[in-house]
Ligand binder design. Structure first.
Ligand code: ADP
Ligand code: MG
Length: 250
């Protein structure tokens, strides 16, 4: 049987999905999907458009409930828990399309994300500055989010997620629309988030070169089902993957 578990990992399991399933009317968007996300890894989740990647993010982050299956985070059953509950536990996600408060400043967008963990204004300010610096936004604190260039809006989405001090960060196509140099900077940021901040990353991304470079392991979804799992090398040589995905998506 195809295994999406991390056999060689020394890290403990942070997130576990067991037979995860989600139907929308007659359409099964995610079917019998089981996987483990281990402490300290960067796990890629790839697949053609409509494969069920964003639905998987919506399920694990509590934005929609599963039709069936079980989800546990930090050893606790979170199946059916809502998004606020799950993000407060430390699983925070970004969206495929940025969801910023576009009329508010960069600083205020970030500060809002600090408020449930940090109670004093000084601590919130300090966290906001630290997060803005990490994401290259320190010179844009007073700029309204909606007037930032696209690449910086993407960074702001990540800053907002980081400001909540997550244990697991789920990034949904964070590189879409970024220019070459911005892609490199974003990948460096993801490496830093994992190695220096100790945050585990689940990455959905269409940029194959980036996925292959940065991920320790990759899960491949097709029509809502797990098609393959393994290291970037294993997955990129898998015939089923080449046929289903890499063959028509460069
Ligand atoms: P991906 O992110 O891999 O491109 P999605 O998870 O967004 O794919 O979508 C998987 C399938 O589920 C698609 O066929 C999509 O149209 C469908 N789907 C996703 N969300 C909904 C929804 N809220 N209502 C109905 N169908 C949906
Ligand atoms: Mg998607």
């Amino acid at each position: 049987m195809l295994s999406a578990n991390h056999k060689d990992s020394k890290g403990k399991i942070l997130l576990k999905a067991d037979g995860l399933e989600r139907k929308f009317g007659g359409l099964t968007a995610v079917a019998n999907f089981s996987f483990e996300l281990c402490d300290g890894e960067i796990l890629g989740l790839i697949g053609p458009n409509g494969a069920g990647k964003s639905t998987t993010f919506n399920l694990i982050s509590g934005f929609i409930p599963p039709t069936s299956g079980k989800l546990s985070f930090l050893g606790q059953d979170i199946s059916g828990k809502n998004a606020t509950y799950i993000s407060r536990m430390g699983l925070v996600r970004t969206f495929q399309h940025d969801s910023l408060l576009s009329d508010m400043s960069v600083a205020d967008n970030i500060i809002i994300a600090t408020t449930h963990r940090l109670k004093s204004t000084a601590a919130r300010q300090e966290k906001m500055r630290e997060t803005a610096k990490q994401t290259g936004l320190e010179d844009y604190l007073d700029v309204t989010a909606g007037s930032l260039p696209h690449g910086l809006q993407r960074m702001l989405s990540i800053a907002i997620a980081l400001a909540a001090e997550p244990k697991v960060l789920c990034l949904d196509e964070p590189l879409t629309g970024l220019q070459g140099v911005e892609v490199g900077a974003a990948l460096d940021l993801f490496e830093m988030i994992r190695s220096e901040l100790g945050i585990t990353i689940l990455l959905v991304e269409h940029n194959m070169r980036a996925v292959m470079r940065i991920c320790d392991r990759i899960l491949v979804l097709n029509h809502g089902r797990l098609l393959a799992a393994g290291t970037p090398e294993e997955v990129s040589q898998n015939e089923l993957v080449i046929e289903a995905y890499l063959g028509h998506k460069k």
